[in-house]
Ligand binder design. Sequence first.
Ligand code: NZQ
Ligand code: ZN
Length: 395
Amino acid sequence: MTNFDFHSPTYFIFGEGRENETGAYVKRFGGTRVLIQYGKNSVIKSGLLDRVKASLDKEGIYYVMIGGVQPNPRDTLVYEALKMVKEHNIDFILAVGGGSVIDSSKATAVGALYDGDFWDFYSGQAVPQKALPVATVLTIAAAGSEGSPSAVITKEEGGVKRGLTCELIRPVFSVLNPALTQTLPAYQTACGVTDICAHVFERYFTNTKDVEVTDRLCEAIVKTMINETPKVLKNPDDYGARANIMWGGMVAHNDLCGVGRSQDWNSHGIEHELSGLYDVAHGAGLAVVMPSWMQYVYKHDIMRFAQMASRIFGVDMDFSNPELTALEGIRRFRAFLKSIGMPTSFEELGAKEEDIPKLVASHPVSQSGQTGGFVSLTPEDVANIYKLCKAENHI
Ligand code: NZQ
Ligand code: ZN
């Protein structure tokens, strides 16, 4: 295990009905003039937005709102939100929604106290020095943004999707009521579960030795997703299963299971180009990319892939030929994603082989030359992984 610092100070308010306490927590964390961000209409339809507003009214807290954040959130809405921050002298940002709403809120929080263009933080031209506090009321278990120090934004012009990681944007508090996820369409639930598994695997595939605790935490999270997801797909109101998925989604990405080990993150980078270009759901893109990435790199550490296969997917370890065990694990991961209704090929996602040069050219690897912490990839490798996403190339 390598040396690490771990400080994950988000305060979690978990359980049924807890969104009604949002106003009290905003007050406790010093918010007096709040900008609420939300998405299209799910929080209006469910009555959640009204409940959150009522909780702020109860505490006498001033607020204004901006809705319309779309999946794969855009810079354009962040600029609108930043105008509102100035006009209303906002001191606290409250996200009510999923990863997209939270990330748009985080971008607003860092942009609010910066004289330049907030995109400077995403293009790597500046590092945030301060930010307004952000809090969340989460409606989908997926991105893990409710506990993470990251935010991903897409530049409308050119569809460039880029992330920012900085401790200043880790939420000060997050309200997690699993019942709020009961209104999710099955497809969005499955996209979320895929993202949760991917957050684990980006950490699980490491070159660091002696990481048994974090290995076991990773395995527990994916095994939980495999057990609980069929339950919620069959019965969307299954509160217990929703609760496990929601907390698993948070633990998968606040880095509790990633500390003290090198991490990879190539599948995310490769996926971000797909959701940037085709505007597909991030989880759906990962369902296509991650098993193909595994197929491409497994020889780098066959025993680690065999461990995944046997401990997570219950494959019998073939000690005479562990490569067969490793390959069966990759097959079972892809089969699990298919079984919960995810696309697993370029074709099902609507991606085109002729776009591969464009995807590679806009991928950061084309500037940096190499990327990834488990296996370092070149632009040619990235192109090969996109090719493996075609159904005919699956193992
Ligand atoms: O806009 P509304 O009407 O709210 O509908 C949303 C949206 O269409 C809907 N939805 C959310 N909660 C719902 C609901 N519908 C019914 N009932 C509910 N309770 O679901 C759709 C997807 O929402 P979105 O916020 O886009 O999903 P998700 O949480 O998966 O976020 C995806 C974004 O997060 C980024 C992704 O790249 C993508 O842009 N990520 C952020 C990370 C981070 N900040 O740490 C890490 C991730 O790896 C990821 O990259
Ligand atoms: Zn993700």
